[in-house]
Ligand binder design. Structure first.
Ligand code: AMP
Length: 214
């Protein structure tokens, strides 16, 4: 099997605090490795925009930077994953040990990539982040500006600032990350599938470091 085919079958979890580059790297992996990307945050935001029952239940938690309750997220992601045959990237799931255990009951994860970035850099990245509501591409006003101000390079969508990217909510999201998601690093280390990757620096270099280990 050649390298491309092998990566097509690979099941990957992207781990790391909010703003560590999970969305940016998942987008590159989707474009360049042909893996399907499932972003829990994107799915939830779409549900909020469409005012579905799930969206109405999730909105209050998301606006405050809190996690959406496990039962809602676990059912949602189990359903989405059940439609996928080949490899995929999970961006933002699991975020708690309970979610990781639920994932383990339905899939065997090959690699967990943990993107490491310090808090001050995360706050800087998130408060200057802009997102495309159509294709979910992510930009940064200084590090990765779109070619045309306010317009998505990929699909022409009108870029916006996520409501949970304000400084106060960002600091709360980092606290929530430390309390709930950080323990997953140890969880996956024990399973022998964890790779720590320096998430600071050039986007392409980080992507090459990820590609090398797949
Ligand atoms: P993200 O786009 O990954 O930063 O997620 C945005 C928000 O969606 C989070 O702050 C949570 O409120 C919610 N969310 C995303 N993924 C999960 C998850 N796995 N479990 C619970 N809530 C989540």
């Amino acid at each position: 099997m050649n390298d491309y085919r092998r990566s097509m079958d690979t099941k990957i979890v992207l781990l790391g605090p909010p703003g560590s580059g999970k969305g940016t790297q998942a987008e590159k992996m989707e474009d360049e490795l042909g893996l399907v990307r499932l972003s829990t945050g994107d799915i939830l935001r779409e549900a909020v925009r469409n005012e579905t029952e799930l969206g109405r239940e999730a909105k209050g938690f998301m606006d405050k930077g809190q996690l959406v309750p496990n039962d809602l997220v676990i059912d949602l992601m189990k359903e989405k994953i059940s439609h996928l045959d080949d490899g995929y990237i999970l961006d933002g799931f699991p975020r708690t040990v309970e979610q990781a255990e639920a994932l383990e009951s339905i899939a065997e994860i090959d690699h967990v990539i943990n993107l490491e970035v310090d808090d001050e850099e995360l706050v800087n990245r998130l408060t200057k982040r802009r997102t495309c509501p159509n294709c979910n591409a992510v930009y940064h006003l200084i590090y990765k500006p779109p070619k045309k101000e306010g317009v998505c390079d990929r699909c022409g969508g009108k870029l916006y600032q996520r409501s949970d990217d304000s400084e106060e909510t960002v600091r709360n999201r980092l606290k929530v990350y430390r309390e709930n998601t950080y323990p997953l690093i140890e969880y996956y280390k024990k399973k022998g599938v964890l790779h720590n990757i320096d998430g600071k620096g050039d986007i392409k270099e980080i992507f090459e470091n990820i590609r090398e280990l797949l």
